[in-house]
Design a protein around this ligand. Structure first.
Ligand code: HEM
Length: 470
């Protein structure tokens, strides 16, 4: 492809269509960093038939977000909804899309506080029934542990009680199908037809059928966000239209797909770093004392969202886990030929290409984060408070950690996700003795490509028992 003057350097590789996909898949961060060294902060790569322009300078992120008319998210987001979840109507109905986005306000503010209360009660309930008998050490694998807990807590907080004959079976089958489907998600999102991906189509159908009108009626005590979305969907679809189920499927996937690996990494690093554990235990003890709560009285620890957010070391550990594992790129579709006014002049973008903000390059920048490959539990704490000032080239950065995306497409579930991980860690740390068993470090899998939090490449065992208070 000939480059026009003002366009970023293009790296195609020798494979027609696939371009640089193999190099990228092998080690995305190392590959992008090597290109950054050669070509600077903006360049275009051919990846699986798509021309993707990477913007790596964090001072330019705002430009990408601001120019939403020329660089839009909708085209990309709605195509993924179509290809991965079989949601067709969003491609043609902008009002539906808009109204569904309005519902995301119920993942914030007062509705979020209510959601977090339900979540805390659900955690209490699950832990009472699953763990309260563990007076002796029990050994389990960390990833299935995190998967089971996050899925059940999320599903129950969002959809309420499930009035079916075998509730446990319904939930565990739905969870297992969703996890299997998730393994194909990166391929589906990159535009590979579902028919080429083994059993992905039947898996998709099976999950959508879990949300038929009849099954939805058996889920009682919905959160406000689910209720408002359902009300909106019923305005645009007949009540028995299976595409309603596809919308539920998409939201449920979004609500667990990244929270599960986030929980894994936060727990993994916490258990591997005794100094982190000590700092968190100490600040939780202080908060328990100042809120008049006693340890050892069951699994219910009643911290409000605000109180959870005051635990600065806990927050720092969750952010550090996200910093090290986040591959959540922010995509924009170039709607028309457009000159992005970057600091060095103008950068010409072609209609039909994609523009991407790639967080791992920022998250691993040694100018911001000393020894970026290391987990440092207190990286986001300064003088006993949250650290929010990070500098590059002597300038303060607005965006120094971006696991939830940016601008109009920024994850609406971010506060819920972070509160959930924090609440679970608080309960684990306070009520259980925990020890990691395997000493070998776990690496990240590259399977997520540009879409979300990395999964671990292998699992670890840990052991736990209920704390004895005598
Ligand atoms: C740690 C956990 C999570 C991470 C890292 C995460 C990350 C992301 C990212 C990177 C995006 C795309 C942003 C962009 O393109 O700019 C996104 C979108 C989204 N997330 Fe999350 N997310 C998490 C948890 C959740 C939860 C718990 C929910 C729901 C309760 C949720 C609901 C959504 C939805 C609905 C979208 C699509 C928004 C849109 O279409 O505009 N996410 N998330």
């Amino acid at each position: 492809m000939c480059r026009r003057p003002g366009e970023p350097p293009l790296i195609t590789g020798w494979l027609p269509y696939l371009g640089q996909i193999l190099n990228f898949q092998k080690d995305p961060l190392a590959f992008i960093k090597s290109l950054q060294k050669q070509h600077g902060d903006i360049f275009t790569i051919l990846l699986g038939g798509k021309y993707i322009t990477f913007i790596l300078d964090p001072f330019q992120f705002q430009l990408v977000i601001k120019n939403h008319k020329q660089l839009s998210f909708k085209m990309f987001g709605n195509k993924v909804s179509h290809d991965a979840f079989s949601i067709k109507r969003l491609l043609t109905n902008q009002e539906l899309d808009h109204e569904l986005h309005v519902c995301y306000q119920y993942l914030q503010g007062k509705s979020l506080d209510v959601l977090c209360e339900t979540m805390a009660q659900t955690i209490n309930h699950i832990f009472e029934s699953k763990l309260s008998s563990s007076r002796y050490w029990d050994t389990v694998q960390m990833l299935p542990f995190c998967t089971t807990v996050i899925f059940e807590v999320t599903f129950t907080s969002l959809y309420g009680k499930l009035l079916v004959a075998d509730r446990k079976k319904f939930i565990s089958e739905l969870r297992d199908d969703l996890i299997k489907f998730d393994e194909k998600f990166a391929y589906l999102a990159s535009g590979i037809p579902i028919e080429f991906l083994g059993n992905a189509k039947s898996m998709q159908k099976k999950i959508i059928n879990r949300f038929t009108q009849e099954n939805l009626a058996k889920m009682q005590g919905w959160s406000k966000v689910i209720q408002m979305r359902q009300d909106t969907l019923e305005k645009y679809y007949e009540p028995d239209d299976l595409e309603i189920g596809a919308h539920h499927f998409a939201l449920l996937w979004a609500s667990v797909a990244n929270t599960i690996p986030t929980m894994f990494w936060a727990m993994y690093y916490l258990l591997r770093h005794p100094e982190a554990m000590a700092a968190v235990r100490d600040e939780i003890d202080h908060l328990l004392q100042s809120t008049g709560q006693k340890k050892g009285s069951g699994f219910l620890i009643n911290f409000t969202r605000e109180q959870l957010d005051s635990l600065v070391y806990l927050e720092s550990i969750v952010l550090e886990a996200l910093r090290l594992s986040s591959f959540s790129a922010t995509f924009r579709f170039v709607e028309e030929d457009f000159a992005l006014p970057v600091e060095s002049g103008k950068c010409l973008l072609r209609k039909g290409d994609l523009v991407v903000i790639f967080p791992p390059a920022l998250h691993n920048d040694p100018e911001l984060f000393e020894a970026p490959e290391e987990f440092r539990y207190d990286r986001f704490v300064e003088n006993g408070k949250k650290k929010t000032t990070f500098f590059k080239r002597g300038r303060k950065l607005n965006h120094y950690i971006v696991p939830f995306g940016l601008g109009s497409s920024k994850c609406p579930g971010r506060y819920f996700a972070v509160s959930q991980v924090k609440q679970l860690l608080v309960v684990l740390v306070t009520c259980l003795d925990l020890e990691i068993i395997d000493a070998k470090p776990v690496k990240q899998s590259n399977g997520r490509l540009l879409l979300g939090i990395s999964y671990p490449r292998s699992d670890v065992f840990f052991k736990y028992k209920v704390k004895s208070w005598s």
